[in-house]
Design a protein around this ligand. Structure first.
Ligand SMILES: C[S@@+](CC[C@H](N)C(=O)[O-])C[C@H]1O[C@@H](n2cnc3c(N)ncnc32)[C@H](O)[C@@H]1O
Length: 261
């Protein structure tokens, strides 16, 4: 294993690379979406006028194109939590795209909804928006389709991405992608660790802080049963002599993020 500072520098460089604009590469080497050759250039042009991200931050365009390249099949049904630049791309490459997000249009220029709705590249007719906190909308939503792609990038606090995972995992098709953003946030990283060890998913790759998993053909884990002892994440770690699995024993003081988020 590499020393920690080498790993950290490597990760930082990777994140910077994935965050750099597509135009930083010579045109023949710029990545393009397989299903829509024009969309990357159109989103890049929106980034120039509206900014590379809205107030809540966006997935880098390079990451979005990479995810599209990893998708199988020509007809794509997709869903995401949160919205923004990802919504623009998915509206173009999916036949149907469901968006579960807050309606933040009162935030004007910082609005994620306005970011995709005002973009000329967005195909609004493909999109079904379900406005409201996913904590409330997902439990009552009944029209899930089998998905080729699910992107989890809505609320990031614990346990909200886990809650979203719960409502989506039974609906991801075998061969479909499950994408979890911001796995550098510790609790989301733990979710990604769990998924990467679960039989229902195989890890495809990490694109910066975005984890991409592919659904295997393992049976759906019963969403209304139990069975923690069947899950490899638990099977690898179960140790009944320990009461709690805290790694650092609360030795480090929590970092103060006041004013940054
Ligand atoms: C990081 S941004 C998503 C970025 C987007 N994927 C992109 O590529 O531009 C997080 C999004 O989640 C939304 N959000 C935050 N809390 C939410 C909640 N409780 N329910 C639904 N959406 C939420 C924010 O309004 C924002 O649109």
């Amino acid at each position: 294993m590499l020393p920690l500072f080498v790993q950290k520098t490597h990760n930082r460089l990777r994140r910077r690379l994935w965050g750099s604009p597509l135009s930083a590469m010579p045109a023949p080497l710029q990545p393009t979406a397989k299903r829509d050759r024009m969309v990357a250039a159109e989103i890049a042009s929106h980034e120039k006028s509206a900014g590379a991200a809205h107030g809540a931050g966006s997935l880098p365009l390079r990451t979005l194109i990479r995810i599209e390249n990893l998708l199988n099949g020509s007809s794509v049904v997709s869903a995401e939590t949160g919205c923004g630049k990802s919504t623009i791309l998915l509206s173009r490459i999916a036949t149907r795209h469901k968006v579960f997000c807050l309606d933040d249009r009162d935030r004007n220029d910082a609005s994620s909804v306005a970011y995709f709705m005002n973009c000329p590249a967005t195909r609004l007719e493909t999109i079904e928006t379900v406005f409201g906190p996913t904590q409330l909308t997902l439990p009552s939503y009944e029209r899930h389709a089998p998905y080729d792609l699910v992107l989890i990038d809505g609320p990031h606090g614990f346990p909200f991405p886990e809650l979203e995972y719960y409502y989506f995992y039974p609906h991801v098709k075998a061969g479909g992608l499950l994408v979890v953003d911001d796995v550098n946030i510790p609790t989301i990283g733990r979710l990604a660790d769990f998924i990467s060890e679960d039989r229902m998913f195989e890890t495809v790759e990490f694109i910066g802080a975005t984890a991409v998993f592919r659904r295997t053909d393992a049976p759906v884990f019963d969403p209304v049963g139990d069975g923690w002892w069947l899950q490899d994440y638990n099977r690898r770690r179960a140790d009944f002599a320990r009461e709690i699995f805290l790694r650092d024993g609360k030795r480090r003081a929590p970092i103060n993020f006041e004013g940054r988020y």
